[in-house]
Design a binder for this molecule. Structure first.
Ligand SMILES: Nc1ncnc2c1ncn2[C@@H]1O[C@H](COP(=O)(O)OP(=O)(O)OP(=O)(O)O)[C@@H](O)[C@H]1O
Ligand SMILES: [Mg+2]
Length: 236
């Protein structure tokens, strides 16, 4: 077995709960929900980490507002910098604006490397923006993160609903806990009820101007609804 697997297990021991935010298809708001979740949980006083595993299209750093001069410290591994109170880790610290043209085994390697070097602090929640789709990286991430709980994001479109069904079947086959199915970019009026969603997050025009500005993000209707999701999902 790859020795990094044991190191990763050790590294994740300081994390109480790992929440994977996943979607059946792209562009449904997975990164927005993952970052929002981290911000809302942190605002509530929890110790939170955010990990971007979408290597092809990392974007949580943009939503969170990680400035370019922020760099992780090397100290018996890599200590994720705290950004707006959240321990933040992403490949963008190393790739900057360049694409990361990783394929097959390189992807698995990058994933293992990132998980093996990152020294999370004591965390109540680690929120993970999962790799897109149902490919190898997703399966590797599930295995290495030791069966995280899932929050699944979809939209009112039948196109999204059909692909998310496949993801739900996979998660059920793997016996992974599904905390909820969030219908994002939902519009007012009765839901089409394409799927049994646990909550609806509204389409919110203010989100675009709240990019990189967590204070503003937390004032949006989207964030208000996300707080409700958090209260209902993580009742302790
Ligand atoms: N509820 C919402 N209201 C308005 N805009 C939204 C909402 N959710 C997400 N968006 C916008 O939709 C776009 C896609 O969102 P996001 O990047 O979070 O999706 P994603 O599922 O992570 O996409 P990808 O598959 O490319 O990683 C972004 O511009 C984001 O600001
Ligand atoms: Mg994304």
């Amino acid at each position: 077995m790859d020795p990094r697997v044991a190191i990763i297990e050790e590294r994740l021991k300081s994390v109480k709960r790992i929440i994977a935010v996943a979607a059946g298809k792209g562009g449904v708001g997975k990164s927005t929900v993952a970052t929002g979740l981290a911000l809302v949980l942190s605002e509530m006083g929890h110790r939170v980490g955010l990990l971007d595993l979408d290597f092809y299209g990392p974007s949580t750093h943009i939503i969170l507002g990680v400035s370019e001069d922020v760099q992780p410290k090397e100290e018996r591994g890599i200590v994720p910098p705290k950004v707006h109170g959240i321990e933040f880790m992403s490949l963008v610290y190393y790739t900057k604006d360049n694409p990361a043209p990783l394929r097959g085994s390189d992807l698995t390697n990058a994933l293992m490397e990132l998980l093996a070097i990152t020294r999370w602090g004591e965390l109540d929640f680690l929120i993970v923006d999962m790799p897109p789709g149902l490919g190898d990286t997703t399966l590797d991430a599930i295995r290495l993160l030791k069966n995280p709980s899932f929050l699944v994001v979809t939209t009112p479109s039948r196109v999204a609903a059909e692909t998310v069904k496949k993801l739900l079947i996979l998660l059920e086959e793997l016996r992974l806990p599904i905390l909820g199915i969030l219908e994002n970019m939902s519009r007012s009026g009765p839901s089409g009820q394409l799927l049994p969603c646990t909550a609806r997050l509204p389409f919110d025009e203010k989100l675009e101007s709240a990019l990189s500005d967590p204070e503003r993000f937390l004032q949006t209707e989207f964030a208000r609804r996300l707080r409700r999701v958090v209260r209902n999902t993580f009742r302790s």
